[in-house]
Write a protein that binds this ligand. Structure first.
Ligand code: ADP
Ligand code: MG
Length: 730
């Protein structure tokens, strides 16, 4: 029997956990339904809904294609059908579901209940469907409004599906909406994203027409995200004030074995976790989220889920919903799901790889190389356009993924550095290089991998390897923006990426028109365009090891910005030259960008404030008391050694170490909070600079000292769950 420690009850609770069973949905005969039989059952079908009159069905189609706007009459009919559907599903309430600048989603519920005379009835009016009026003053607004100017509107986004969220004791109809101020300014993530999609559609469709695809009606951005997360047992979680308050551990000593054996990635999924994942997937399928892959990630306790890609707007809403469902399902299984990018120091953090491409209404992927990429002029032009977009707008793209939490991950030798570069792989790079220098490219034969074991199926080698160290990697038929944080709302990087590409597409279209007016044929015009962009932007292409010191030096030589922290990224982004393209295309108004800047900076400061104060509390209430208790024990031993006339042994060395560490940790953490208090009088930007350059490293110093104390204090008096408990006890 191990020694009883203050953490024993929690450990026992974890040992005794029963795997939670959640049967799959069944039919009337009790047989399991196929996923396709219940997929999307809680999603309202707007397109081709047979319950609409034929004329409304037609109208809806046109509205969804952007050819018409919604009229009150049509809205009334839709509202009636939505209400019937929702009541039939057992919903009692509805809410406008939106994404304010808090980083999460917001919802205000209203019941369908109303009076018709003195009779109780259920009702959803056209205006309740299309417009809401939440009090905007309690949402982040970056100081653009005073609290007395409280009016804000939510407005139904027809392009994202309405769905039903199930609680244990009831169901709510959720209507995806944008959130806008009284003066029409975006106060959310969705509005700029929708504007960016309109912009991209405009220039990408024109590009398609110019390059021979005359029938293309519409181009969308496609997005598939890979969501990483940690699972921690609930009973430990609530004893870690730092995890609860800030989402990450602010102290903790690394276990001897963590991820160095590389045995967790793709390892057998633990039973309790698999049960959770299966339950989760059922929930996701029901709300129409096409969950596809599930696996263990690199760090112990870390996992990933990735759905099938879809249009960027739906993918963004889906991702917000998926995160909420991940959290609630985890709780049902006595886990807590962590989305922080770096919950544990010393082991890998979590990201959210954004796979991105463009597709037309016939589902042709703009980044599909085909079997002979060197002859695929349009594809090569598209790749060069993306490279040019990355080069022109790297600051904005860097800012789009900035957050206090992602700062711990970027450049931490597990995630790409904060330098925005593109990995294209050997084949495509060499095609582009040859093109740029005017040489002919000879393709290599499709290689068959020699495994040396004839029992195995023959493997065809891909024409690019993978590169985990690149922030923006071409992965076969799409780009993967790997630097995005696990906690982020992907709508922000998507909006900026779409606009950056649209900006280069616009110039490309003008160039193509000019060439063609001079009688140049389409393939030659595309080749000339590819050369032009590639020659101008090849410095962003880097296929080597993005974690290496050499790359940092090389990138500096190439003149690529390296905005290491959120504060660097934001203060650079807010300079006009780095964001004016967003204003030019109407994706953000200048005032909205100021709002965003203020909100982001304020959020950075507030998060750090919470972290530093929480850390101090933990030092004062747990770390120092444990250290002093041990010190007292050692003192007794030293005293008794003396009483016996013998010289004290290692108890004295430990005593001295403890004394020194305790004094130092107390001193450092007190200083940290004093420094923090002094910042209150300073402007937000100055405070942020001070925090990121001075205070954060002090916080890390405090964590290091606390870890050293944890390493020597006996387990029997250590109260805070350790990394060992959090990551290994199941
Ligand atoms: P990996 O871990 O190998 O990068 P995953 O299968 O985990 O790949 O995730 C790849 C993601 O990319 C999936 O969400 C997939 O649907 C998405 N994806 C595939 N094709 C496209 C595309 N054309 N546009 C956007 N996303 C795509
Ligand atoms: Mg993956």
């Amino acid at each position: 029997m191990a020694t009883f420690t203050p953490r024993t009850p929690s450990k026992n609770a974890v040992f005794n956990r029963k795997t939670v069973r959640q049967p799959m949905p069944v039919n009337a005969q009790g047989r399991n339904l196929k996923v396709s039989q219940f997929f999307g059952e809680n999603v309202f079908q707007l397109k081709d809904n047979r319950n609409f009159s034929p004329s409304t069905q037609e109208e809806v189609k046109k509205i969804l294609n952007g050819e018409k706007i919604l009229t009150k009459v049509v809205a009334k009919e839709i509202a009636d059908v939505v209400l019937d559907w929702a009541l039939d599903k057992g919903a009692t309430h509805f809410c406008h579901w939106f994404q304010p600048l808090t980083g999460s989603t917001a919802e205000k519920h209203d019941s369908f209940l109303t009076y018709d005379g003195d009779r109780a009835i259920e009702k959803l009016s056209a205006s309740q469907l299309i417009q809401g009026e939440p009090d905007a003053s309690s949402f982040p607004n970056g100081g653009t409004r005073s609290t007395f100017e409280a009016r804000g509107y939510t407005s139904w986004d027809l392009t994202s599906p309405i769905f039903i969220k199930e609680g244990i004791n009831g169901k709510t109809l959720c209507i995806p909406t944008a959130f806008i101020s009284y003066h029409g300014n975006a106060l959310d993530v969705k509005t700029p994203l929708l504007r960016s999609l309109t912009t991209l559609n405009k220039y990408a469709t024109e590009f398609a027409h110019l390059t021979g695809f005359k029938d293309v009606k519409r181009v969308i951005a496609t997005c598939g995200y890979e969501q990483e997360y940690f699972l921690i047992d609930k009973s430990f979680y609530f004893q870690r004030e730092d995890l609860v308050m800030s989402g990450r551990t602010l102290l903790g000593s690394l276990t001897t074995r963590n991820q160095q054996l590389e045995d967790h990635y793709f390892g057998t999924i633990p039973e309790r976790v698999l049960a959770f994942m299966q339950d989760l997937e059922t929930e996701l399928y029901r709300v129409g989220i096409p969950a596809k892959t599930r696996h263990n990630e690199v760090a112990p306790g870390q996992f990933e889920i990735a759905p099938i890609f879809r249009d960027a707007n739906t993918a963004t809403d889906n991702n917000q919903l998926l995160m909420a469902i991940l959290k609630s399902t985890a709780e049902r299984h006595d886990f807590v799901c962590l989305f922080h990018e770096k919950p544990f120091a010393g082991i890998n953090g979590s990201g959210k790889h954004l796979n991105w491409s463009m597709a037309d209404d016939q589902e042709n992927n703009f980044l599909e190389p085909g079997n002979t990429p060197h002859e695929n002029h349009r594809f090569l032009a598209m790749v060069s356009i993306v490279c040019e977009a990355l080069k022109r707008h790297s600051v904005a793209l860097r800012a789009a993924i900035a957050s206090n939490s992602n700062d711990h991950r970027l450049g931490a030798n597990e995630a790409p550095p904060s330098i925005i570069s593109a990995f294209l792989g050997d084949t495509i790079t060499s095609i582009l290089e040859k093109l740029a220098s005017g040489e002919a490219y000879t393709p290599e034969e499709a290689a068959i991998l020699d495994t040396g074991a004839e029992q195995l199926a023959q493997l065809l080698k891909d024409n690019t390897d993978r590169n985990r160290t690149s922030p923006f990697a071409f992965t076969g038929n799409k780009f993967e923006f790997r630097a995005v944080g696990s906690n982020a709302n992907i709508g922000v990087p998507l909006a900026i990426l779409n606009t950056a590409v649209a900006d280069v597409l616009k110039d490309s279209n003008e160039y193509l028109k000019e060439q063609m007016a001079n009688g140049v044929d389409t393939p030659s015009a595309l080749t000339a365009l590819t050369k032009k962009w590639y020659a101008n932007s090849r410095q962003v292409v880097f296929n080597g090891d993005g974690y290496s010191q050499e790359w940092l030096e090389e990138a500096a030589k190439r003149g690529l910005p390296n905005l290491k922290t959120t504060v660097d990224a934001l203060t650079t982004f807010i300079k006009k030259e780095n964001h004016e393209f967003l204003v030019k295309y109407g994706v953000y108004k200048e005032t909205e960008l100021q709002t965003l800047y203020n909100v982001w900076l304020e959020r950075y400061n507030k998060h750090r404030d919470i972290e530093f104060r929480t850390q101090k509390k933990m030092i004062d209430r747990y770390v120092i008391p444990a250290a002093l208790r041990y010190k007292r024990e050692l003192a007794t031993l030293i005293e008794s050694a003396k009483a016996f006339g013998s010289a004290p042994g290692c108890e004295k060395t430990i005593y001295d170490t403890i004394e020194q560490l305790t004094n130092e940790v107390k001193d450092q953490s007190d200083t940290l909070v004093q420094e923090l208090n002094k910042l209150e009088a300073k402007p937000e930007t100055d405070a942020a600079v001070e925090i990121s350059t001075v205070l954060l490293s002090r916080c890390e110093k405090v964590a290091e000292l606390a870890g050293a104390i944890e390493d020597i204090v006996p387990d029997s008096i250590w109260e805070i769950p350790t990394y060992y408990d959090l990551l290994f006890v199941r």
